[in-house]
Structure formats: structure tokens, C-alpha cells
Design a protein around this ligand. Structure first.
Ligand code: HEM
Length: 286
């Protein structure tokens, strides 16, 4: 039997609720014939505005519910499912509240911030649904610490083999063991460093392997022995490159999951401030 996820929870309970709310708003909007221009200032406009503002305050309370570990006000997963669908319904509610009138003013700022919060939420949800399994797959069931230890093991084995090799290869292996996960902190968000010493050591060993290839004439006993050592080192460095690549991707995905909330939450507070200013200006200039 397939398990419920945040989107399918309770047989799409919150999707249905949200669709019902959206449908009711659309029907009311098109059935309404106000004596003044449709917008936030009609009775329906006030109703939609109040609904949107209440929803926004409720959506903000999700942060509190997430941290209220002993709360018996429903499960966090249930709250998140409702958060996602009712959050998305705000696109329609806010657009109908504004009656498609936009300009360069505080009202439109509140509207744009609403959309930004909603879209950042959708981006986060996409990650929330996909990233954890991807992250687990990258480390093949190991923890991050265990994966880093595996790199250290490869380095110890490489150091042992390289002791009898030319200085250039020794230096490459030494640099490879010291290569950073990323060239600079911000790179963690976007991906692969350009200056990877492990990739360079793999390239160097690949070129050395071709020198010792049987077709290159190095088929003497010493040639074969040297070739075997380089092959062994090459295999170790290749393993290091793959393992390092996986750790980098894991750290990159982890940074992405942490960063989107750094966008979603501050945008939420900016929205709250803009919403306050919008409501204040509406009643102040009444
Ligand atoms: C105006 C609308 C919204 C507001 C005000 C809002 C606000 C918030 C707040 C305050 C949190 C808690 C953050 C924390 O303290 O950790 C949160 C989390 C979250 N929101 Fe929203 N949100 C909105 C819309 C959405 C939408 C439309 C989606 C998805 C389509 C969404 C997805 C999420 C997710 C996935 C989390 C994090 C869950 C977790 O960390 O477990 N949000 N949101």
C-alpha cells in the first residue's frame, strides 16, 4: 500500500478544501455586481481581503506549530499539507481581492510579496519532496561522517602506494588528499569546484597509464610492475573522485534545503509588514 505524503494526505483532503474555497471565491467574484469599480473597496473585496489576511496569519503560525512538540492540535504533516494547499489558494484570493488592478504602490507590494512567499514555498516543497531521498542515495546509506572517513581511508591507502613513485605523482596525491569540498563557501549552493586536486590527480595518472600501456612498448617486467602500481593508484583516486563528487552533491542539496527557508521566512515577515501597511493605508485614507 502506498503511504500518504504531504500532497496526498487524507485522500487530498486539503486540496479539496482549497479548491472549494477557490471555486467559491471565483463564483462570488463573477456573480458580484458592485455599485463601484470591483476591487478591495467593495463588500466582496473586503471579504476576500479579510480571508486572505486571516489565511496569511494562520500560514505564519505554521512556524509555531512546527516547534510545539507537545501540541495536540493535529500533526505537523497535516498542518503542512493544509499550509501548502491553502497557501496556494492565496494566489487566486489575493488576485480577486485586487480585482486585477496593480500599480506601483503599497497594495501591489503586498500582493507581489504574497506571490513571492507562495512561489518560494512551492520551490521549498519541491525540494522537501525530492531532496531527502536523493541525499540518502548519494551517501548509499552512510552518514556524512562515515563517507568522509571513507575518503580518509582512500588517502591512507594512496599514500602507502605512492611512497615509491616520482615526486610529481606524490605531490598530486598529497594535493588530492587536501583538496577542499568547495573553493569558497557560496559555491556550496551551486555545485562543483573548478580546481579539484583529485580530478587533477586522476588526469595525471590516466596520462601516466597510457605511457605504460603494453602497446606503448613498456612490457618489460619493471614496466609491468610500475603499470600495476599506477593502475592501483588510479583506481583509488577514481574512487576518491566519485566519493568526493557524491559528498559535494550531498552538501550542495543540504545547502539548498537550508537556503530556501532563509528566503521563505524573511519574505513572510516582509509580507506581514507590507500587509499591515496596506491595511493601515486603506483605513487611514478612507
Ligand atoms: C503567504 C503564504 C505563506 C506564508 C505566510 C508561509 C509561511 C511559512 C512559515 C512561517 C513557515 C515556517 C518556517 C519555519 O519557521 O521553519 C513555512 C514553512 C513552510 N512552507 Fe510556507 N508559507 C506560505 C505559503 C506556502 C506555500 C504556498 C507553500 C508550498 C507550495 C509553502 C511551503 C512551505 C514548506 C514546505 C515549509 C517548511 C516545512 C518544514 O520545514 O517542515 N508555504 N511557511
Amino acid at each position: 500500500m502506498q503511504q500518504d505524503n504531504v500532497l496526498t494526505l487524507g485522500g487530498y483532503r486539503y486540496l479539496k478544501l482549497s479548491l472549494l474555497v477557490v471555486l467559491a471565491c471565483i463564483i462570488l467574484y463573477y456573480a458580484d455586481t458592485p455599485p463601484i469599480r470591483p476591487g478591495g473597496g467593495t463588500w466582496l473585496g473586503y471579504g476576500l481581503g479579510t480571508l486572505g489576511a486571516v489565511l496569511i496569519v494562520w500560514l505564519m503560525m505554521f512556524g509555531l506549530r512546527k516547534r510545539a512538540y507537545h501540541s495536540n492540535m493535529g500533526t505537523v504533516r497535516g498542518w503542512l499539507s493544509a499550509h501548502v494547499y491553502l497557501g496556494l489558494s492565496l494566489i487566486v484570493i489575493a488576485t480577486l481581492h485586487a480585482a486585477f488592478h496593480f500599480g506601483i504602490n503599497i497594495h501591489t507590494l503586498a500582493y507581489v510579496l504574497t506571490l513571492l512567499v507562495v512561489f518560494s514555498g512551492a520551490w521549498g516543497l519541491f525540494g522537501y519532496m525530492n531532496i531527502p531521498s536523493k541525499m540518502n542515495g548519494l551517501l548509499r546509506g552512510k552518514t556524512l561522517e562515515q563517507s568522509v572517513e571513507a575518503l580518509t581511508d582512500i588517502d591512507t591507502q594512496s599514500q602507502r602506494i605512492v611512497s615509491s613513485m616520482p615526486a610529481e605523482i606524490k605531490a598530486a596525491i598529497e594535493a588530492s588528499s587536501k583538496t577542499h569540498f568547495f573553493d569558497y563557501p557560496g559555491q556550496r549552493l551551486f555545485g562543483k569546484p573548478k580546481n579539484c586536486a583529485t580530478a587533477k590527480s586522476v588526469a595525471l595518472l590516466t596520462s601516466r597509464l597510457s605511457v605504460f600501456a603494453p602497446s606503448a612498448g613498456a612490457s618489460s617486467e619493471t614496466g609491468n610492475a610500475a603499470r600495476k602500481v599506477i593502475q592501483e593508484l588510479h583506481a583509488l583516486q577514481l574512487r576518491r573522485q566519485v566519493q568526493l563528487g557524491n559528498i559535494r552533491e550531498y552538501l550542495c542539496l543540504k545547502a539548498q534545503t537550508e537556503t530556501w527557508l532563509m528566503l521563505h521566512v524573511p519574505l513572510t515577515f516582509a509580507l506581514f509588514a507590507a500587509l499591515g501597511a496596506h491595511i493601515f493605508s486603506v483605513f487611514f485614507y478612507w
